[in-house]
Write a protein that binds this ligand. Structure first.
Ligand code: BES
Ligand code: MN
Ligand code: ZN
Length: 489
């Protein structure tokens, strides 16, 4: 991860310098200092380029003199309109302009003090790469920047608020790493082993084998795993950070299908490789738990992930099978590709039954239908509790991970009626994301519960500020914010 070092806002610095500058008001002190150090090169360039410091606009000055290899001016737009998102986008632009050099600094004195670390976060989050399987990359194809000096008016204050933000960024990176891994590498047992390593952060980790899940009655989760050579796992991660160790935890549950072929109801070949990231819900829960542990959050939290591979074989479950869930309810499996809800049915039931949580939140790449409904801009939000839904929606807006609340209701629930069992696992084409959520609702009892369908937001096909294309870690920042705002001592 890109290392950020906060120091006093003074020149000289060596290497490359990014100056974050609002379009109105007096020019920041470091801007003036850089202009002076370069014998007026900065102001001459601004004038010659007719650069006006508009939001998300930048101007590069190679070899400006004054001991600097380059200066990049990054416009912040109107000072009065600056917010977290604008600061992050500016930090992200700074990283893009500096990444090719080994020595870089970013001047934060054009931002209100509270937004400085936010800009650093934008730079760090956009520095993410997944290079594990590249062996022929030339050195000049890799970013050289490993440490960014943040020139800050109050470096002590910035560094102290940075510690928690860095923990969350590290959590998001862990999620992105897990979600990016190919499905031949990240099988359920390997995923579980990676989770076990997090006990080094102070998380209590329990892993469950198929035999142990059998004893718990996890007939639905195990039915999904039947077609795979890789054995299923469930992982439970606990973070005990509240003053009262007995205080009820917040519980997070993630869908961890390490590859979703569809099973006997096999998916079409085109794009099937995307189904390696069908474990993004689980990856997000793991990254979140790591973030809470790293920043020593004053909360009791528990994360549970159901890890399976959905494959075809002579042992795979069939359309028409009836399975018994941990709750005792039976399910007629009419489509083996509606497997995520089968996994979650058992893990959700277990989570509320064992932990009696204050709130229960699941994340899952559950349906293609949510992408039809909301595209890639919002994740679907379902909840049986208006207050929880509102908290989630607000946290999402605050961190730029947007949620859109979708309806639940008996009329949708009826679509799940089965001729032979308590329910079937599909509700037909209409409202496909909604009927999937109705299915989950049958396994959460009376607990305040929310379901985030992240099928459209877990993976990005193009770069955005702070979110390079690929695994997004959508939900890590959101849920960390939710915990920080509402559930800590
Ligand atoms: N993992 C998929 C959903 C998905 C689709 C995630 C596209 C990300 C991108 C899920 O298991 C699935 O296959 N859902 C089916 C449900 C249907 C069979 C009722 C779907 O959405 O088609
Ligand atoms: Mn599926
Ligand atoms: Zn799936």
């Amino acid at each position: 991860m890109l290392d950020i070092e906060y120091t006093r806002a003074v020149l000289p610095v060596r290497g490359a310098l990014a100056l974050l500058v609002p379009e109105d008001g007096e020019r920041p002190a470091l801007y003036r200092a850089a202009d002076e150090a370069t014998g007026g090169a900065v102001s001459r360039a601004v004038e010659a380029a007719e650069f006006s410091f508009g939001k998300n606009k930048s101007l590069l000055l190679p070899g400006p003199g004054g001991g600097l290899s380059r200066i990049v001016l990054i416009g912040l737009g109107k000072a009065a309109e600056l917010d977290d998102a604008a600061a992050e986008a500016a930090g992200s632009a700074a990283f893009a302009a500096l990444k090719a050099v080994s020595l870089g600094a970013i001047a934060l004195d054009g931002l209100p003090a509270s937004l400085g670390p936010q800009a650093a976060l934008g730079a760090v989050l956009s520095s993410y790469r997944f290079d594990r399987y590249r062996t022929t990359q030339k050195p000049d194809e890799r970013p050289k920047l490993e440490r960014l000096t943040a020139l800050s008016p109050d470096p002590e204050a910035a560094a102290s608020s940075w510690a928690a933000m860095k923990a969350v960024a590290a959590g998001a990176f862990l999620t992105r790493d897990l979600v990016s891994e190919p499905p031949n590498v990240l099988t359920p047992p390997v995923f579980a082993d990676r989770i076990a390593e997090l006990s080094a952060l102070g998380l209590q980790v329990e892993l469950f084998t198929p035999e142990q899940m059998e004893a718990l009655g996890f007939g639905a989760l195990l039915a999904v795993a039947m077609g795979s050579e890789a054995p299923a796992r469930m992982a439970v991660m606990r973070w005990q950070g509240a003053a009262d160790p007995k205080a009820a935890p917040v519980a997070f549950v993630g869908k961890g299908v390490t590859f979703d072929s569809g099973g006997i109801s096999i998916k079409p070949a085109g794009g099937m490789e995307d189904m390696k990231w069908d474990m993004a819900g689980a990856g997000t829960v793991v990254g979140l738990m790591a973030a809470l542990a790293r920043r020593r959050a004053k909360v009791n939290a528990v994360g549970l992930v159901g890890l399976v591979e959905n494959m075809l074989s002579g042992r795979a479950q069939r359309p028409g099978d009836v399975v018994r869930t941990a709750s005792g309810q039976t399910v007629e499996v009419l489509n083996t590709d509606a497997e995520g809800r089968l996994v979650l049915a058992d893990v959700l039931w277990y989570a509320q039954d064992r932990f009696k949580p204050r709130a229960l939140i699941d994340l899952a790449t559950l349906t293609g239908a949510v992408i039809v409904a909301l595209g890639h801009e919002h994740a679907g939000l379902y909840s049986n509790d208006d207050a929880l839904a509102q908290r989630l929606a607000e946290a999402g807006l605050a961190v730029g991970e947007k949620l859109w609340r979708m309806p639940l209701g008996d009329a949708y629930d009826k679509a799940l009626r089965s001729d032979i069992a308590d329910m079937k696992n599909i509700g037909g084409r209409p409202g496909g994301s909604i009927t999937a959520a109705q299915f989950l609702k049958r396994f959460v009892g009376e607990v305040p519960w929310a379901h985030l369908d992240i099928a459209g937001t877990a993976w990005a096909s193009k770069d955005a500020p702070g979110v390079p294309k690929g695994a997004t870690a959508f939900g890590v920042r959101l849920l960390d914010r939710l915990v920080a705002t509402h559930y800590e001592d």
